[in-house]
Design a protein around this ligand. Structure first.
Ligand SMILES: [Zn+2]
Ligand SMILES: [Zn+2]
Length: 388
């Protein structure tokens, strides 16, 4: 590990903050107490935080005048999940939980702000801390922050996500595509109900829906070039009244994940075309709604390289992973559409401590010993980009 880790001096603080936010989770766009506490902390470092929207918080940490501006983004919202962890600082709000690690993102960003605020006479330029609402809930809080001017004058933007897939002491980053276009669709099928004993008089919406769900997977295998990535997942199917009634309606919802616009459009088009075909062959009617969600997160390669170099300094050679791109969605994508930036995953898994549950699960947890690395990487990457 090169040089002393400033983050060790704020490690206790970062852990304390993470536990505070973990115990007090709030849902997307409702992060009122969370934003209030973030402002309070930032003020205690001598900063002047400003609200953007109802629960976004932005604060500049300015070194000597002139120079560049680097934005550091942390998302702050929790999920509608009932926590099953047996922790002293488990969620105190029934049915709401920091099950995606955003509590740790807030804590590490506050730790980084604390360190940087104490170094203002050592750097030129500005580090802008972006505490963003509602990552979990499209259209998401990034759009609101950007509309409020959070990226005005910003040269580069960085962000991180705690991920339990990778062990504490590692980081993962991709060059180019990092996370996917995350779209959703709703399909309504209208048949004709009838008696379970007389299918000839009915148009069975449930049977049509089943046929469609199976057939839709051939879009991936038969319509998308083998070297392109795409996922079609049906998440829900609702249909039917009783065992001896032919269902007149069926509703399907699902998600489509892709990395490029052409593939995205192909999947959307084929989903609808297939539905039209089934409608013609069965006589059902349909409605097809397709909503584009967060765009794909495409890292800027120069910024990704800076993060990787810093992460190697902090974690050691051999601790940096380059996995396949993740099919999850992430509204950090909007920032990197505006200014050069990159996003990386901080490993927070620890098999020995039993910290292995996936993101969004009721037993999700973060190995807190990894947070000093995340804090350090944010600080050093910011300073490195300012001096570039
Ligand atoms: Zn999440
Ligand atoms: Zn998340």
């Amino acid at each position: 590990m090169a040089g002393k880790m400033d983050s060790l001096e704020v490690e206790d603080y970062v852990v304390r903050m993470r536990r505070h936010f973990h115990a007090n989770p709030e849902l997307s766009f409702k992060e009122f107490r969370t934003a209030g506490r973030i402002e309070e902390e930032l003020k205690s470092f001598g900063l002047e935080p400003k609200r953007t929207g109802e629960t976004g918080v932005v604060a500049d940490i300015s070194g000597s005048s002139g120079g560049k501006t680097v934005a550091v983004r942390a998302d702050i919202d929790a999920l509608p999940v009932k926590e099953e962890n047996d922790l002293d600082f488990a969620s105190g709000t029934e049915g709401v939980m920091h099950a995606c690690g955003h509590d740790s993102h807030i804590a590490m960003a506050l730790g980084a702000a604390k360190i940087l605020a104490g170094k203002r006479d050592e750097f030129r330029g500005t580090v802008r801390m972006l505490f963003q609402a509602a990552e979990e809930s499209p259209p998401g809080g990034a759009v609101e922050l950007i509309r409020g001017g959070a990226l005005k004058g910003v040269d580069y933007v960085i962000g991180q996500h705690s991920i339990s897939r990778y062990p504490a002491g590692t980081a993962a980053i991709n060059y180019g595509p990092m996370m996917a276009n995350a779209d959703q669709f709703t399909i309504k099928i209208k048949g004709i109900g009838g008696h379970g004993s007389a299918p000839q008089e009915a148009v069975d919406a449930l049977a049509i829906a089943c046929q469609y769900v199976v057939q839709a997977q051939t879009i991936i295998s038969r319509r998308i070039p083998p070297f392109k990535s795409a996922v079609v997942t049906f998440g829900t199917m609702n249909s039917g009244y009783r065992y001896n009634i032919i269902a007149p309606y069926a509703e399907l919802t699902g998600t489509v994940r892709t990395f490029d616009e052409e593939t995205r459009e192909t999947v959307r088009h084929e989903l609808e075309r297939m539905l039209e075909g089934i409608s013609k062959s069965t006589g059902c009617e349909y409605e097809f709604e397709y909503a584009k969600g967060y765009p794909a997160l495409i890292n800027n390669n120069d910024i990704a390289l800076v993060i990787e170099d810093v992460a190697k300094e902090v974690l050691g050679e051999g601790s940096i992973l380059h996995p396949e791109p993740d099919m999850g969605g992430e509204d950090f994508a909007y920032y990197v559409k505006e200014v050069p930036g990159a996003f990386y995953f901080l490993g927070v898994r620890n098999d020995e401590k039993g910290i292995t549950s996936p993101q969004h699960s009721p037993t999700y947890d973060v190995d807190e010993s990894a947070m000093k690395y995340g804090t350090e990487i944010l600080v050093r990457t910011s300073l490195k980009l300012l001096s570039s």
